[in-house]
Write a protein of this length. Structure first.
Length: 305
């Protein structure tokens, strides 16, 4: 008796229903958020706090509206402020971040207030024509010994010297207040032009009161000083590292302390009222400025003004 033929088991070809069975259900698919772009860094940005980085990123997102408000009739794709490029698209850039954080720090990291300050700064610069100011000439016999930019501190910051007794002719210096303000802004712009916004973004200021007395101020000089102070407070945020008041007459010292309650603790920490004499002044300045960079009249070794 012959063996029955083996029964063949039909093999099923894989179909679409089998592929579906091997795929995860829609609610099982993991979604991964796109990774945040790494921020370009330099020496200064590495010192930002987490709160400052958060504010910088939010501020950067508002740059298109900043440029639109500052330049309503002509909306450039990029602008330059103190040599730093600001891209209206908000492209991350380390030097731009350093610039933005200066406005934020000046306004306690308040985004809207910092934005308003930046918009106002851009508008003022266009009206004041600051782009032309460095090419302007001012009479040397009037301003030649009133202000200087000389040397660097130990970290590379430029040093500005204001000599309030440098020219005893008050009418020559302050008689034309608009001219004085343009000269003073030009001096500030020269100092700022030496900042790289990578390793340093501030400067040291030395205010010398030698030769200044009670009769050294008139109405014009008071107005010029008030206007200049307002300009630097409103349009030059966080450019001061240290400010030294030197050769201050004893009769004026009490004035500084009288205004102490009106000055923020942060600003007050940057200010030092120094007495007279090269040894006394040098004792205060030499910890910050190398002797070879400091003029002899202030206790250093440099043959300067």
């Amino acid at each position: 008796m012959s063996e029955p033929a083996p029964t063949e088991v039909p093999v099923k070809e894989p179909g679409p229903e089998d592929d579906a069975a091997t795929q995860p259900a829609p609610d099982e698919i993991a979604t991964t958020a796109p990774a945040e772009l790494e921020e370009p860094q330099n020496t200064l940005t590495k010192k930002f706090t987490d709160a400052e980085w958060k504010a910088v990123k939010e501020f950067r997102a508002k740059l298109p509206s900043v440029i639109e408000e500052a330049y309503p009739n002509d909306k450039p794709d990029t602008i330059k402020l103190w040599g730093v490029t600001i891209d209206s698209k908000g492209t991350p850039d380390a030097r731009t971040s350093v610039l933005l954080v200066k406005f934020l720090r000046a306004r306690d990291l308040n985004i809207e207030n910092a934005k308003k300050m930046l918009v106002n700064t851009l508008k003022w610069r266009a009206e004041f024509k600051t782009d032309d100011i460095l090419s302007e000439e001012f009479p040397e016999d009037v301003f030649g010994n009133v202000g200087h930019i000389y040397g660097k501190d130990k970290d590379g910051r430029p040093i500005t010297y204001n000599l309030y007794g440098g020219n005893k002719d008050l009418k020559a210096v302050f008689g034309d207040v608009p001219r004085f303000l343009r000269w003073r802004v030009a001096l500030m712009e020269k100092g700022v032009s030496q900042l790289d916004f990578e390793n340093f973004d501030q400067m040291i200021q030395v205010h010398d009161y030698e030769g200044v007395g009670l009769n050294s101020r008139d109405a014009n000089s008071k107005k010029a000083a008030a206007d200049a102070t307002a300009i630097f407070q409103d349009y030059y945020p966080e450019f001061l590292y240290k400010k030294f008041f030197v050769n201050v007459p004893a009769i004026f010292t009490w004035i500084f302390w009288l205004f102490k309650p009106l000055v923020s603790a942060q600003t007050l920490a940057k200010m030092s009222v120094v007495g007279t004499g090269t040894q006394t002044i040098g004792k205060e300045l030499l910890p910050f400025i190398d002797a070879k960079e400091l003029p002899k009249r202030y206790g250093g070794e440099a043959d300067a003004f």
